[in-house]
Design a protein around this ligand. Sequence first.
Ligand code: AMP
Ligand code: MG
Length: 411
Amino acid sequence: MAIDLISIDEARARILAEASPLATESRPLADALGMVLGEEIVAAHSVPRFDNAGMDGYAVRSVDTIGGTPDSPRRLSVVETIPAGRAPARELGSGEAAKIMTGAPVPQGADAVIQSELTEESDNEVLIFDSTDPGKNIRCAGEDVMAGDRVMGLGDALGPAEIGLIASLGYPTVVVHRRPRVAIVSTGSELIEVDRPLGPGQIHNSNSYSLQAQCRQLGIDPMMLGIVPDDYESTLQLMRKGMEYDVLLTSGGVSVGQFDFVKDVHDELGVERRLWGVRMKPGKPLAFGVRGDTLVFGLPGNPVSVMVSFELFVRPALLRLMGHRKTTRPLYRAIITEDAANSDGRVFVVRVRAWRENGCWRVSTTGPQGSGILRSMVGANGLAFVPGGSRGVRAGEEVDFLLLREDLEEL
Ligand code: AMP
Ligand code: MG
């Protein structure tokens, strides 16, 4: 049967059309990184809750400091010491100061904090070498969040700052869309687990590992269902088990070879096919369908193809299931630094190193680009798209690319 190829965008659209955010559940805040809110976060109290010192120093009445200079300091009596975490014992009167630490509540009567560096303490008195304005070095109640503020809403993704802010409001749990349960199956009679020696014609199963790692980058810990040989019955058994998950990822066996059973098994299990074949290389053979609530991906077997297909199709679907509105990485234009021939009708997805130069993105390929050459993925921080057609692109021309990760700078 000839493969009916569709474009990358069309394939992604058909897949996303089947992926709706999963049900919400309450999770411990510490486990919510990368998840998406299914509730509004409304502040039950202000942050900070009380006016507090922004510096170590002395809480004062600002009027008492007027005219203070190094040559003619003001002299105030120190009536208490207020460490962080303790309430002031008393209201501050005229001519009085309270020694205060950063974060400690400012006592009633005080309207400024003068930093220690501008003072000198001796015998329950403090010399003030500067005059200060009202409000100086005081962090006011509610300056971050006011009680009753709606600080986040449905569909907002939780990063470290969002989690920190929710913690500051004193909420130990959050309602978020649950993570999808994902099962991974590798098909192929040639596959051997990584801890076993290779016999003739055998290779180690690497796809399960790269797919597992790609899932883990999304905070999803997939179920590794293992390897299944190219045998119809065994494939059927294991894939039937995979149907108990939200998402089933298989690799290999989805092409037109004599022992490629994955699509037949989809049919037998009642998977409704939404696509088979994408106009790209690597990654042409891709079967996607749905069965009940399960999204079923028959990914290609070649180690690069499987990772590229995950990146372009599975990752957006998983993000959408998790409730994310944004599901694709940023697409930029870059100047390619060498020729990339592509006489094929399919889009050539080139693994590239991308960097900024004079305010422009540049990309260069990561070496030989065969679909089995996993080293082309190693060190790649981008995927460039060279259109199908007659000639590809020449050095110095522009291409679109997806930035897979931002690089750190060496110091
Ligand atoms: P297939 O689509 O099953 O014909 O597989 C295409 C190529 O990918 C073959 O050379 C397979 O040996 C290889 N391959 C398939 N599955 C895996 C895997 N799990 N790990 C590494 N290579 C694989
Ligand atoms: Mg195979």
